[in-house]
Design a protein around this ligand. Sequence first.
Ligand code: A2P
Length: 273
Amino acid sequence: LQQWESVIPLYFGWFLNEADSRMLKLVSLAHLEECLKIPEFEQDFKNFTHTSDMKDMLEYYLMPESCKEGMLHCTSKFCSFGDVPGSLEYTTSKDVLEACGLCYKLCLVGFIITPRTFGARVKLGSKELILWGQENDCPESLDLPPNTSYGRPFLHNNNYQNPIVNQSNKGKPWFPHCQATLVSSEKLEPSFHPTSGKGSRAHVTLGCAEGVKAVTTGYDLCEVIECEESPEVTSRSRTFALERGWLRDYGKSRWVLYMNRQITVKSLFTGCY
Ligand code: A2P
């Protein structure tokens, strides 16, 4: 039997294809625009972004370095090429080896909006939770070595076919398992605590303020979860009804949109090397 050396990626996660990434960005901006109809939110957003017109407001968040190719993802385990404890065990685990190259559904249940980050909140199902490898506590910030390069997600060959190019996608490769699948589906019960416990920090970073690293979205979501768990904070927080859900102000410019319909999107589980 040939022995293979394990190559540990920068991170593992669920990746949206290009078309769905573009669509989710547009959908998220439409949600942000709807939030801006609430005068209290608009005022706070203008204050912390130092913007005044709609175009500048919607362009405040920039795509982080790790998404510069435009493909959005939900990190399941940050490995930093092996520097993070447990990375080798995670990379070589049977669950992860079998999952690479497979398609998973991601359920997006809300958005978080802060002066630092804009993110979509992911509610992981039981199949996805098996692959969740991040700490549950808010992590200490971990600086990457200065020469870290950013790569495209690696497409494993075991269960994954090469991107197909045909007439209908006009010469551009597409993901055979993950065609444009962004669908607004199931109606959600009003819940101001849609994720808790293992995997509650799961998210898709949609954008960051200039100079802010993508990892910050997870920290902002941690803060929000702490607020949701604190009766003292929730009793003080203001809630505004919107067509698409409920917008809540947790103070210190931490806003959360709880959607009344979840967005389901297909994704490919793999590593980014
Ligand atoms: P996120 O999952 O919030 O988007 P970077 O952009 O710094 O290269 O990071 C690559 C990916 O790994 C990003 O998706 C990022 O954040 C996530 N990430 C970066 N650093 C960490 C960390 N220390 N802990 C958990 N996730 C991290």
